[in-house]
Every structure is written in structure tokens, then in C-alpha cells.
Design a protein around this ligand. Structure first.
Ligand code: PEP
Ligand code: MG
Length: 570
């Protein structure tokens, strides 16, 4: 009998293959007293050096296959293994407490893991995951336990795992690994993001997949609808092979649109852009036919390291993106740190409500050195392409004026230094705070463009934390309250002859797309792999017809009414 297990669709596609249940190595640590601490330290050193060699190989492989930015995580892992705070602490423990290396390593790494995990902050939790990942490798070597890595897989499988660490995902060989499913994680967890950029079908957050499935059992991963079918019947296999074929055909159809512009059936043109986090993501942007970059989240340049990036480092990253985009529009957002994205090296005080606290533009206007360095890097890069600068989390016109004033000052300084700066940089804002949406008519007189950040706009409008599962029912993109705000922003922009885009997840959502088209959105920025499906959808939509229903939609009482109407009519 087959069994259907549901999870979250993390990466589109269908995979049918035998299960490879990826288990963590059995690392049972026995605490032993030792007498010869020198030879124990030697044993620890040699486990460290083998681990470092392995990680260097993985890093090189990731570098080649995934790009320098994704490989950076392994540079961070290598740093952990060279970090005197960890290494010396283990050695001191061996020396002073006369315990074996395994026990010392386990104690010290657990101490760091607990410390970082208790910080209740996603960034620090990831650092804890890094230490866990790295110390497992060292412990396996100390215990002489084989450390299975996905790199050893040499037949077609789908991987089932509790979760996949960054080093696991980077080693996946697409020729053999057809898909994967995990017990934990959500659409934005690390493994889910990696699966999309590698285009491997994936379902995450199944809760029980590794418990329920044994190695070698046939499994179907349905990354389109978020299901895993265990032990499928012949009929089910045939059905999913058909679904796989249809999806493949659909992808081929979409691929034909890669060099096309985006028009509705009644010839209204919109722009489909992609969101990126690093310069390496530009490859996917171009391959998926995006017409620009609608959001470059620069904070990743600042994360996963222990000090601020220099002006030159930033300049190189921005220039690379602008050059690779060859004159297509590139919206680069200034540092949006804070909330769930922390920079430990800034030593900012802990806050009770980080999402309502000292973040993004608020921090940049206060810590002006950081802001000015970034603006200078952006201005210097501006001559290499079509740069638009965007400020995040703008709540008041005063903030925008101050940020723009600083930008103008830096520009004047550079020009005085004889450095060439583009004269046609548009300067716009994210609309992600309700006050700004409500005041959009006023802002529109001064900004060059708006980009609606629905990820935050929804959380602030509905007062529902975007990361909190328990209140996720309130996270309602189609709630008429949100749609009315979106309309206010678009109308305000148009009244002043400006353009309005959207770079929150909603812009790539097939249910939202018709409504946004009808509301007159000019630019839709989404994950690169959503661009072609969105273009194909828009081709068949009549803007005029949808616009004639907009008043009716905005008068609806609930989100459910909106969804029902959209599904039935568009
Ligand atoms: C695009 C957005 O920004 P981020 O997801 O980076 O907060 C948003 O808030 O919608
Ligand atoms: Mg935001």
C-alpha cells in the first residue's frame, strides 16, 4: 500500500526514484580519563586537519558548481575549525581535565551551540548550525566512524533527511540526486532555497519522512503540490510520470518565452524582474528571462563574516551585477539589517521587538559611516549599468529626505574627487510600512519609484509576525485591506508619472498576479524561477477585463471571497 505524506512544496518538479535515507552518523561519545594529554591533542589535531582538507575540497566543488557566494559558507566552516576560541578551548580541556578528545570537542562545541541557539535569532541559529555541522565531521574522524556524505551517492536516488546542512546540499550531484524531502524546514529554509537554485524537486517540512521510509523504498517527490508518495503502485507511478512529462512540456513552453517581453492579451506591457541576494544569482536571472533585477538584497554581503565589507568589496559586487545585467534595470536596496537579519559584529543592543526596532534605514541614518560607505560603492558602480537605488523600511518622508540628502552629499564628494558617477540614477523606496502606503501620494512627489515589499507590509498591516507559524493564518496577501493599500500606492505613483513595482513574494504568486495586473502594477519582481511561469500567465490575461472587476474585489469582505473570485474569473 502506498502512503501519501504532505509537506511544503519547496522546489517545483517531480522526482521518482529509490529512497536514500540520509542519516546522521552514529556518534556515541564515551567520556574517558586520559593520562597522555599530548598524544590526545595530537589525535585532535589530526582529526582537525583531515576535516579541513575535506572541507577545502567541498568548498572548491561548491565554488565551481554553485558560485563563490554559496561556497562562502564553507570558508566560514573552515574558519570555525581554525577559531582559537574553539580549538584552544578543546585543547585546554584535554590538558586540564585529562579527558579524551571526543569528550572535550563535544563539550566545547555543545557549549557554543547552546549559546548561539539560545539567542532567539535566526542568524545566530545558523551559526549554531555551522558549528554543529563542522563538529560532527571532526567527531566522526575522532571516532573512526564513516561520515557518509551525499558526494558518495552513485545511483539515481531521492534523498530523505531530517534536514540537509549547507555542506550536504552543496555536494548533491544532480545526475544522481533526483529530488529530496526533509522532515523540517519551510519555503525559506536554507535547503529549500538551495533546491530552487539547483532546480532539484523538493518537499520540506514533512515532519515524519525519515521515520516512515526505509532505504531503497520507491518514492515519488511531488515538488509541485508538496507531497511525497511512499511505495507507489504501478498506476501511481504512471500517473506521476505523466505529470512529470506535462511539467517538462510546460517548462519547454515557458522556455520559449525567455527572450520575450511581457504583454497581457490586450497588449499592456509590464516588466518581470527577479530578486537576488548575491552576484552569483544573476546567472539564474538571465537564464530565466527576467527583464531586470527588481531587488538586490545587499545585506548578504554583510552577513556570514566578522566585519563590515569594505567600500571596494561592495563596489566590486555591485559592478559585477550591473555589468552582467548589461544595461537592464537593477534595483539595489541599501542595507536592510535588523529584524531577523543580525550582524553580531555591530554589537547592537538586544531588543524586545526587533521587527519594530532599530533596523534598515533607521540604523543607516544613525550609523552613517556604514551608510555612506555603501552609497559611495553604489555611486562608483553606477556607471557600469542601469542602477536604481532603493531605501528599505521608510516610514516617514523625513527619513527619505535625509537618506537622499546623504546620497547627494556623497555624490557631490565623488564628483569633486573626479570620479565618474551616473547622472540618471533613480532613487526610490520600499513601501513596506503602512504609514508610507497611506501617504504614498505625498511620497510620490519626491521619489522616482515605489517597490511594494509585501512580505513586511502584510506583517505590519495585519500585526502578524511573518516568521510565526501560530499567527500565519493572519498572513493574508489577498485580504482586501492589503489590496487597498497596494492600490493606493500604484495610483499615487501613476498620478505623479512614476512607476510602481512589487518585490515581496506576492509579486510571483499566480493568484495575486491577475489582481496586481488589474491594479496597474508596472513591475513584478520575484524569484528567478517564477519569471517564465508568470510571463506565460500574463500573456493570457486581459488587463482591461480584470480592471473592470477591481472595485468589486476591493469591496469584498474577506480574503476567501477574493481568492474564490480570482480563481473563478481570471
Ligand atoms: C521584499 C521584502 O523585503 P525582505 O523580504 O527582504 O524583508 C519585503 O518586505 O517584502
Ligand atoms: Mg522587507
Amino acid at each position: 500500500m502506498s502512503e501519501k505524506i504532505s509537506g511544503i512544496a519547496a522546489s517545483a518538479g517531480i522526482a521518482i526514484a529509490k529512497a536514500f535515507v540520509f542519516q546522521n552518523p552514529e556518534l556515541t561519545i564515551e567520556r574517558k580519563s586520559i593520562t597522555d594529554s599530548a598524544s590526545e591533542i595530537e589525535r585532535f589535531d589530526s582529526a582537525l586537519s583531515v576535516s579541513k582538507e575535506e572541507l577545502s575540497v567541498i568548498k572548491e566543488k561548491a565554488n565551481k558548481e554553485l558560485g563563490e557566494d554559496k561556497a562562502a559558507i564553507f570558508a566560514a566552516h573552515l574558519l570555525v575549525l581554525s577559531d582559537p576560541e574553539l580549538v584552544d578551548a578543546v585543547k585546554q580541556k584535554i590538558e586540564n581535565e585529562k579527558v579524551n578528545a571526543e569528550a572535550a570537542m563535544d563539550d566545547v562545541s555543545s557549549m557554543f551551540i547552546n549559546m548561539f541557539e539560545s539567542m532567539d535569532n535566526e542568524y545566530m541559529k545558523e551559526r549554531a548550525a555551522d558549528i554543529r555541522d563542522v563538529s560532527k565531521r571532526v567527531l566522526a574522524h575522532l571516532l573512526n566512524v564513516t561520515f557518509t556524505t551525499p558526494a558518495s551517492i552513485s545511483e539515481e536516488v531521492v534523498i530523505l533527511a531530517e534536514d540537509l546542512t549547507p555542506s550536504d546540499t552543496a555536494q548533491l550531484n544532480r545526475n544522481f540526486v533526483k529530488g529530496f524531502a526533509t522532515d523540517i524546514g519551510g519555503r525559506t529554509s536554507h535547503s529549500a532555497i538551495m533546491s530552487r537554485s539547483m532546480e532539484i524537486p523538493a518537499v520540506v517540512g514533512t515532519k515524519t519522512i525519515t521515520e516512515k521510509v526505509e532505504n531503497g523504498v520507491m518514492v515519488i517527490i511531488d515538488g509541485l503540490d508538496g507531497h511525497v508518495i511512499v511505495n507507489p503502485s504501478e498506476d501511481e507511478i504512471a500517473t506521476y510520470e505523466e505529470k512529470q512529462k506535462q511539467y517538462q512540456k510546460q517548462k519547454e513552453e515557458w522556455a520559449k518565452l525567455v527572450n520575450e517581453k511581457t504583454f497581457s492579451s490586450d497588449s499592456v506591457q509590464v516588466e518581470l524582474a527577479a530578486n537576488i541576494g548575491t552576484p552569483a544569482d544573476v546567472k539564474g536571472v538571465l537564464e530565466n528571462g527576467a527583464e531586470g533585477v527588481g531587488l538586490y538584497r545587499t545585506e548578504f554581503l554583510y552577513m556570514g563574516r566578522d566585519q563590515l565589507p569594505t567600500e571596494d568589496e561592495q563596489f566590486n559586487a555591485y559592478r559585477e551585477v550591473l555589468e552582467k545585467m548589461e544595461g537592464k534595470p537593477v534595483v539595489i536596496r541599501t542595507l536592510d539589517i535588523g529584524g531577523d537579519k543580525e550582524l553580531p559584529y555591530l554589537n547592537l543592543p538586544k531588543e524586545l521587538n526587533p521587527f519594530l526596532g532599530f533596523r534598515a534605514i533607521r540604523l543607516c541614518l544613525e550609523e552613517q559611516d556604514i551608510f555612506r560607505t555603501q552609497l559611495r560603492a553604489l555611486l562608483r558602480a553606477s556607471r557600469y549599468g542601469n542602477l536604481k537605488i532603493m531605501f528599505p523600511m521608510i516610514a516617514t518622508l523625513g527619513e527619505f529626505r535625509e537618506a537622499k540628502g546623504i546620497l547627494t552629499e556623497e555624490k557631490e564628494k565623488l564628483v569633486a574627487e573626479g570620479i565618474e558617477v551616473s547622472d540618471s540614477i533613480e532613487v526610490g523606496i520600499m513601501v513596506e510600512i503602512p504609514s508610507t502606503a497611506v501617504m504614498a501620494d505625498t511620497f510620490a512627489k519626491e521619489v522616482d519609484f515605489f517597490s511594494i515589499g509585501t512580505n513586511d507590509l502584510i506583517q505590519y498591516t495585519m500585526a502578524a509576525d511573518r516568521m510565526n507559524e501560530q499567527v500565519s493564518y493572519l498572513y493574508q496577501p489577498y485580504n482586501p485591506a492589503i489590496l487597498r493599500l497596494v492600490k493606493m500606492v500604484i495610483d499615487a505613483a501613476h498620478k505623479e508619472g512614476k512607476w510602481a513595482g512589487m518585490c515581496g513574494e506576492m509579486a510571483g504568486d499566480p493568484i495575486a498576479i491577475p489582481i496586481l495586473l488589474g491594479l496597474g502594477l508596472d513591475e513584478f519582481s520575484m524569484s528567478a524561477t517564477s519569471v517564465l511561469p508568470a510571463r506565460s500567465q500574463i500573456l493570457s490575461l486581459s488587463k482591461e477585463k480584470i480592471s473592470s472587476h477591481i472595485d468589486q474585489i476591493l469591496q469584498m469582505e474577506t480574503m476567501e471571497d477574493v481568492v474564490k473570485f480570482a480563481e473563478e474569473n481570471f
